[in-house]
Design a protein around this ligand. Structure first.
Ligand code: KG4
Ligand code: ZN
Length: 331
């Protein structure tokens, strides 16, 4: 089937046209078109995403992307239209939902609501890989940090999540402390490359016998350090902060993988774009004898292709989500 998917939960307006086949046992995908219009330039002066500006930009961008899709030669004849209904910024979500409802009506096609986090979770199967179960998935984005144990593509248990800031949020807040622009994740990664992790920041909850996370104390530690040590370079602070985050994310994921005898480890969400995290988790997984998977770069941060994968799985499971923006939807 051909799925036309729409994503507007935060500051990326995205649409994709994806072919899906194979059913739940062996789902296969072909991304025909994956368009993302980033709003970074609009939000950057404010140091973060402004919900009503995001809504306005989505309103402007959605018809533009649809036009571009048609102009690229694809006939708009999907079997299913999918749209993110949560979690995310409510005004931003509504813009996508209303647009999708209109389009479904015009094209007389069925419409399905999708959980953005399931999109991230399934972004790994866009590569048409075979995942060995049980698997441990580390979902790290701007709003969430979640550790899951999966027994199959559709059966999972949440092992733990962040008690305060998400990993991406911590990157963004620390970037602001270092006068780096929004979004901070890629900026920290970039300058950390020329720094050394010489500052011993805390590794919050690393030793706790649970799978929860906490990053707000680490952010505060960086705040005090920067205030009191103006001789340390930003690159060294960034490298030290990144090392602390990666140590915690990798440490907890590997412990879960060991305890649950995971055959694979799946990394996803915006922070999964981070090459240093990818490298460290890959090495740790290999030492454990587990497969390691991470989506291709264009599918790490928010995109609509991943929404199509979740829509396909959901459609096969005959699972229905109400066509209402739900900012608190979770996994
Ligand atoms: O998944 P995503 O695009 O949006 C949400 O669902 O939240 O994730 C965005 C988050 C931001 O906090 C951003 O700073 C972070 O992902 N991020 C990164 C990198 N690229 C994006 N964090 C660390 N390193 C990166 N290279
Ligand atoms: Zn996301």
């Amino acid at each position: 089937m051909r799925i036309l998917s729409i994503e507007t939960s935060c500051d990326e307006t995205a649409m994709a046209l994806v072919g899906a086949s194979g059913g739940l046992r062996a789902p296969k995908f072909k991304v025909f078109k994956n368009i993302v219009l980033s709003q970074i330039a609009v939000h950057r002066p404010f140091g973060g995403v402004v919900p009503n500006l995001a809504k306005r930009e989505h309103m402007k961008n959605l018809p533009k992307i649809l036009k571009a899709l048609v102009a690229s030669g694809y006939t708009l004849n999907p079997d299913l239209i999918a749209v993110t209904v949560g979690p995310g910024l409510e005004p931003a979500l509504w813009q996508g939902i209303e647009f999708a409802k209109d389009l479904a009506k015009k094209l007389k096609k069925p419409l399905i609501g999708v959980n953005h986090m399931e999109g991230h979770l399934y972004s790994n199967i866009l590569k048409n890989i075979r995942i060995e179960f049980p698997a441990i998935s580390l979902v790290v984005s701007g709003g969430h940090t979640i550790l899951l144990k999966l027994d199959s593509l559709t059966k999972w248990k949440k092992l733990g999540e962040t008690r305060d800031d998400a990993a991406g949020e911590a990157y963004d807040k620390v970037a602001r402390l270092l006068d780096l622009p929004y979004p901070g994740g890629p900026e920290i990664e970039k300058i950390a490359k020329s720094g050394y992790p010489i500052v011993k920041f805390p590794r919050p909850m690393l030793k706790d016998q649970n799978y929860d996370f906490s990053f707000s104390g680490l952010k505060t530690a960086v705040l005090y350090y920067v205030r009191d040590n103006n001789k340390t370079s930003r690159a060294d602070v960034a490298a030290s902060f990144q090392q602390a985050v990666v140590d915690v994310l990798v440490g907890k994921t590997i412990r879960a993988a060991r305890v649950y005898r995971a055959k694979s480890i799946l990394l996803c969400g915006g922070v999964s774009a981070n090459k240093y995290l990818q490298k460290n988790l890959k090495v740790a997984a290999s030492n454990l004898g587990a497969d390691f998977h991470v989506p291709a770069f264009e599918f790490n941060t928010d995109n609509a292709a991943m929404i199509a994968t979740a829509a396909y799985i959901q459609h096969l499971r005959k699972k229905k989500l109400p066509m209402l923006a739900n900012s608190n939807l979770n996994l």
